[in-house]
Ligand binder design. Structure first.
Ligand SMILES: Nc1ncnc2c1ncn2[C@@H]1O[C@H](COP(=O)(O)OP(=O)(O)O)[C@@H](O)[C@H]1O
Ligand SMILES: [Mg+2]
Length: 311
């Protein structure tokens, strides 16, 4: 059953079109991933969806309620964990959750119960009486999550919740998202980390330059580039000149140098692998390992945007 519908959503900042006529439908119970590089328009989409930004055009329907007609009622169904941490530094952890809980209509013993539950859920019960200034980045992020979930929203939206935090908090957050989903919430998760989306999401939409360039299950997205593979060559002394020479091979769709690894996207591995190895050896590269893998979301993205750029 559809719980969110976004119809022809456009958001302009002056002449900059941050979100360009997006259509999306999200089903109840999904973990829906919105992925794309920085500046793609993910936060603008999310913030328009939550009514924090006024869309330039389009319609948003949440749980059957048109955002323009009854935004208050629609917002009750939403819990947003914004990209920029939004907590009060002069309130304790507990007081922060109470504040947002009250905003969402919780009162009295139910409020207390839900605040305790949210603190427990994000693993901050023992820090409840402390001010956030003593928290790590990850703990602040977890407090931000607690503030968004205390009122048991049907839909929880997390905007890049794992950026710039320690690995332990990151794992905690990823596990929490899965748990919240199992408990019945629909999740929208935005990230520019493809591997997070791959691990977490049941369905994914890919955004670039304000547009949706593809959406579907991981399998559906990978089918879009099913013939493509990623060759990863680990070696020493790979220069940018070598990278450029490899990019110039006509069957190479894309190539990049990540630390000591060359990552090459192609649908003709068998045809060009020998040429590539020859070229590397000619350029004095010492090869330490080679791996050929099936497409991942990174491959899908590179491939789709690459094609678009060349059009
Ligand atoms: N308040 C703003 N004023 C002007 N331009 C903005 C504002 N917020 C975002 N943008 C622009 O809109 C585009 C999309 O940004 P954003 O939605 O933040 O992308 P993402 O979340 O995918 O990184 C970018 O070009 C960004 O510079
Ligand atoms: Mg963003």
């Amino acid at each position: 059953m559809e719980i969110i519908k976004i119809k022809d959503l456009t958001k302009k900042y002056g002449s900059n079109i941050a979100v360009d006529n997006i259509n999306l439908s999200i089903d109840q119970g999904e973990i829906f991933g919105l992925i794309g590089p920085n500046g793609a328009g993910k936060s603008t989409t999310i913030n328009s969806l939550c009514g924090l930004l006024r869309a330039s055009d389009g319609e948003i329907i949440i749980d059957g309620i048109n955002m323009r007609e009854d935004s208050l009622e629609a917002k009750k169904r939403l819990g947003l964990v914004p990209q920029e941490i939004a907590i009060f530094e002069n309130l304790t952890g507990r007081e922060n959750i109470e504040f947002f809980g009250k905003l969402a209509g919780l009162r009295g013993s139910l409020l207390k119960e839900r605040v305790d539950e949210a603190l427990e859920f994000v693993g901050l019960s023992d820090k409840a009486k402390s001010m956030p200034k003593g928290y790590s980045g990850g703990m602040k992020r977890r407090l931000n999550i607690a503030c968004a979930i205390a009122h048991h929203p049907k839909i929880i939206i997390l905007d890049e919740p794992t950026v710039g935090i320690d690995p332990q908090s990151r794992n905690h957050i990823l596990e929490s998202v899965k748990k919240l989903n199992k408990m019945g919430s629909t999740i929208i998760y935005t990230t520019h980390y493809m591997e997070e989306a791959e691990a977490l999401c049941s369905r994914i939409a890919i955004m670039d330059h304000g547009r949706l360039i593809a959406d579907g299950t991981k399998e559906e997205l990978k089918k879009l580039v099913h013939e493509e593979e990623k060759i990863i060559i680990n070696g020493s002394d790979i220069s940018f000149n070598t990278l450029e020479e490899i990019k110039a091979i006509s069957q190479v769709k894309d190539a990049q140098l990540i630390e000591n690894s060359l990552e090459i996207i192609t649908s003709s591995t068998q045809l060009i692998l020998q040429d590539i190895l020859f070229l590397l050896s000619k350029n004095g590269v010492r090869i330490k390992g080679i791996q050929v893998s099936e497409p991942d979301l990174e491959t899908v993205f590179l491939s789709l945007t690459g094609r678009k750029l060349r059009d």
